[in-house]
Design a protein around this ligand. Structure first.
Ligand code: HEC
Ligand code: HEC
Length: 290
């Protein structure tokens, strides 16, 4: 091949010999500063390979002069964190529920822990903000089926509600209709009586006296003479404005006819005792617990 390089008459620079449609390419040298920088990066890379872990070997990689490893760094940091947390968690494990609530540091830890554990284990039923849903109690309010003291909450968490655990919280409302204890008309009457107790409107022509009698004979044993509920039995207060299942007549009739028997799982054995303690404190702190 012929040598097509020539010196360009305008710039005085040699051409590469490449030409397209009469346009010739100048062979301008790379700037010196650029070439020097380029060589420096090569030297830098070689230095880097020597100092830091770089090249794969058959089973692992070159370790580098300083034996640096980001994985070892993480392990050290985790170990440190574990040490700090471990001490705090150990304190939590031995402290009483009341002591945890009194100590701002432990309380903070319990709340932080409680919040994550809640998201993973409780939110599916009680809602992300613990606001509950039909059949799943709101844990933010100051209304408790089974009691809102620290100890009562801890017991609910440990053993569950109608959970099948030997120490479970138990308390079953009868299925008054299904089991034939009350006739449908009586159920309508007592449902309206419950609405009256709660300060809600009643069906026209409803017999308040009959309602009171049915209630006294069938319901007061669990819900109390004044229908304020009984946390020993998980029987809700029927006079407040807070309803687990609902206060419209149809829902009340359904509740009284078939019973409800909501189930809350036991957490003993599934969450460790310290975590359950932290959860009790967390739930207590949510709900303006008693
Ligand atoms: C499978 C659904 C389910 C899950 C999961 C669940 N709960 Fe419950 N929980 C319930 C139901 C249903 C009740 C109400 C039972 C009843 O009718 O007495 C309840 C009741 C409670 C109560 C008693 C409320 C009161 O008013 O006395 C507390 C406290 C509670 N849950 C906390 C928790 C915590 C904390 C977790 C997570 C560790 C959790 N629950 C997980 C279903 C669930
Ligand atoms: C053996 C105890 C017991 C008796 C007797 C009983 N209840 Fe209940 N009742 C409960 C329990 C426990 C619950 C909570 C149900 C649940 O959590 O699943 C409940 C729930 C209710 C609810 C739902 C409240 C809400 O917030 O949605 C209503 C309404 C109710 N009862 C009315 C009655 C009436 C009316 C009678 C009488 C005809 C009666 N109960 C008799 C224990 C009882």
């Amino acid at each position: 091949m012929a040598d097509h390089t020539e010196v360009d008459s305008v710039s005085g620079t040699a051409t590469t010999g490449h030409a397209w449609d009469g346009i010739k390419e100048l062979n301008t040298p790379l700037p010196r500063w650029w070439v020097i920088t380029f060589y420096i990066t090569i030297v830098w890379a070689i230095g880097y390979w020597i100092v830091y872990p770089a090249w794969p070997t058959i089973s692992s990689n070159t370790a580098g002069l300083f034996g640096y490893s980001s994985r070892a760094d993480v392990a050290v940091e985790l170990a440190n964190l574990e040490k700090i947390r471990g001490a705090k968690m150990a304190a939590l494990a031995t402290a009483s529920l009341a002591d945890i609530e009194k100590d701002p540091a432990m309380l903070g830890l319990a709340r932080a822990k409680g919040k994550t554990v809640f998201g993973d284990n409780c939110a599916a039923c009680h809602g992300t903000g613990a606001a509950g849903a039909k059949g799943f109690p709101n844990l933010n309010d100051d209304d408790w089926l089974w009691g809102g003291s620290l100890e009562q909450i801890q017991q609910t968490l440990l053993y569950g509600i109608r959970s099948g655990h030997p120490k479970t919280r138990e308390g079953q409302m009868l299925a008054f209709g299904k089991d034939g204890v009350l006739k449908p008309a009586e159920i309508v009457t007592v449902a309206n009586y419950v609405r009256e107790l709660a300060g809600l409107s009643t069906r026209p022509g409803y017999d308040a006296k009959a309602g009171a009698k049915i209630f006294a004979e069938n319901c007061a044993a669990c819900h109390g003479d004044n229908a304020k509920g009984n946390p020993e039995l998980g029987a809700p207060n029927l006079t407040d404005k807070i309803w687990l299942y609902g206060s419209d007549e149809a829902t009340l009739i359904e509740t009284i006819t078939n019973g409800r028997a909501g189930v809350m799982p036991a957490w003993e054995g599934r969450l460790d005792p310290t975590t359950i303690k932290a959860m009790a404190v967390y739930v207590h702190s949510l709900g303006g617990g008693k």
